[in-house]
Design a protein around this ligand. Structure first.
Ligand code: C2O
Ligand code: CU
Length: 489
């Protein structure tokens, strides 16, 4: 631990970060910024606090988990910055930190036991987090996610691209969808149920936006362009994001520019479906002073109000609405001339099984065990018959596939279950090419994509060296088997 920590710390501080071989995974951990990139050192803690989630005059909730003790903390840095993060675990449970959507070197990906061991209570770990691409990201634990994220443990991470300053917005507003599983006394009730884990997931008992059970009202300039940045940070909930307004466009998905941007009215059903971990940036052109635009989740039986934007006079004049094109993503793009194909089934598990080709005995990961405190007790799900370790069977499954770095892969991911699965690939930005069910969808970049029942989604990525997990982001699904990994070398 000390030596790995020392290596990461030293590497980050001194910029010696090219392709350090990973003792853990026998694959190079590739850095995504040059050694000359400016380094910003930050201290980060995870700890429990007491906070009021049900309302100001309701009982406070104990054991809320928060980074730096601050619920919904927003971190914001310039693209091209390297974060040297000194993390300390002040929780009573083991944890790790995963930088969702960021192309980090594999050793900083935060997945135990693939890229690091869990960080015990009181323990520390140093993460080297280059920020090579602008966008809207978040970070969260990758151990007992259902329990820790369920109790609030995540933070937003905005990476500002200097190029983007040319694209002007008059206001910015965040919508964080995160429900709470609380009893009337304001205390947590069990985060996971067998029934939920085996179906659509266990839902919160109270809905909330930005931590508030009362949907926020935000004052923004009349006739102005508002950048609405929405994220589903919930463990379970899938939303259909939309507004009651014509002058609105989807301009980024998972932090990467959608080019050209799409009027929300031109999207199928006029909504953008988002599962846990997914982000979307909308541009909303406000009407005149005193008028309102409502942002809804249209997936609920009654549209659920997420946020009201209230137009106030700031001297702006009415001009025709035009969706704005953000600068194109700087992530490596797949090369679709001669890709290799991978086919995966998302399915119900018949029990803890591993049918993939085992790693050779001398591979450091061949005997790696998953920490029992990080995963669920039962196995409900599998990817092409392999399930991630759960319960008593804590052996790391063999990789779903061994890939070569620099090669483009097209994944056909087919969901043969009755439930929706938002599938996330670590360490990469991929291009969603098509769906067997939806037509009229734009092609877009993402790090998490929803696969509906009986749907095959095709997406492509250029593989980067490392051991990377691929999993469902409905947290109880991932904790009960719906996770696998690729070795890219
Ligand atoms: Cu946000 Cu492994 O994921
Ligand atoms: Cu799932």
């Amino acid at each position: 631990m000390i030596s790995r920590r020392g290596m990461l710390l030293g590497g980050a501080a001194m910029g010696l970060v090219a392709a350090a071989p990973s003792a853990i995974g026998q694959v190079p951990s590739v850095d995504t910024l040059p050694p000359t990139a400016p380094v910003k050192r930050i201290a980060l803690t995870a700890r429990e606090i007491e906070t009021r989630l049900l309302g100001p005059d309701k009982p406070a909730t104990k054991h809320f988990c928060a980074y730096d003790g601050e619920p919904f903390k927003i971190f914001r840095f310039e693209r091209g910055t390297r974060l040297a993060v000194d993390f300390e675990n002040l929780l009573p449970d083991p944890t790790t930190v995963h930088w969702h959507g960021i192309r980090v070197p594999n050793l900083s990906d935060g997945v135990a036991p693939l890229t690091q061991e869990v960080i015990a209570p009181g323990g520390r770990f140093s993460y080297n987090v280059p920020l090579p691409d602008g966008g809207f990201y978040f970070f969260h634990p990758h151990c007992d996610e259902t329990g820790q994220v369920g109790r609030g443990l995540f933070a937003l991470l905005i990476v500002d691209d200097p190029q983007e300053r040319k694209v002007h917005f008059d206001a910015e507003c965040f919508i964080v969808v995160k429900d709470w599983r609380l009893g009337e006394d304001g205390q947590w009730i069990e985060m996971s149920t067998d029934e939920g884990a085996a179906t659509a997931g266990t839902f919160g008992t109270v809905r909330a936006t930005n931590g508030s059970v009362i949907p926020p009202r935000v004052e923004v300039p009349a006739y102005g362009d508002v950048r609405v940045r929405a994220i589903v940070a919930d463990a379970t909930r899938v939303i259909d994001l939309g507004t009651d307004h014509d002058d609105a466009a989807l301009i980024a998905v998972d932090g990467q520019a959608l080019l050209p941007p799409a009027l929300t009215d031109h999207l199928p059903d006029g909504i953008w479906r988002m599962g846990p971990a997914m982000r979307a940036d909308l541009q909303v052109r406000m009407p005149g002073p005193g008028q309102e635009v409502k942002v809804y989740d249209y997936r609920s039986s009654e549209p659920y109000l997420l946020t009201t934007l209230v137009a106030v006079d700031k001297g702006l004049k009415k001009t025709p609405f035009k969706p704005k094109a953000l600068p194109a993503s700087t992530a490596p793009m797949p090369d679709l001339k001669s890709p290799k194909t991978l086919d995966f089934l998302v399915q119900v598990s018949a029990g803890a099984t591993a049918i993939g080709v085992p790693l050779p005995d001398d591979d450091p990961l061949a005997k790696a065990l998953v920490d029992s405190l990080c995963v669920g007790a039962k196995t409900h799900w599998a990817i092409s018959r392999d399930s991630w370790a759960t319960g008593e069977a804590l052996r790391l499954p063999p990789p779903l596939s061994q890939l070569s770095a620099g090669t483009t892969y097209v994944v056909n991911c087919t969901n043969v279950t009755k439930h929706v699965h938002p599938m996330h690939l670590h360490g990469h930005v991929f291009r969603v090419l098509s769906s067997s069910k939806k037509t009229g969808m734009p092609q877009y970049l993402a790090d998490t994509v929803i696969v509906e029942p009986n749907e095959t989604v095709k997406f492509a990525f250029k593989a980067t060296s490392g051991n990377w997990v691929f999993h469902c982001h409905i947290l109880e699904h991932m904790d009960t088997g719906l996770m696998g990994w690729f070795r890219v070398s």
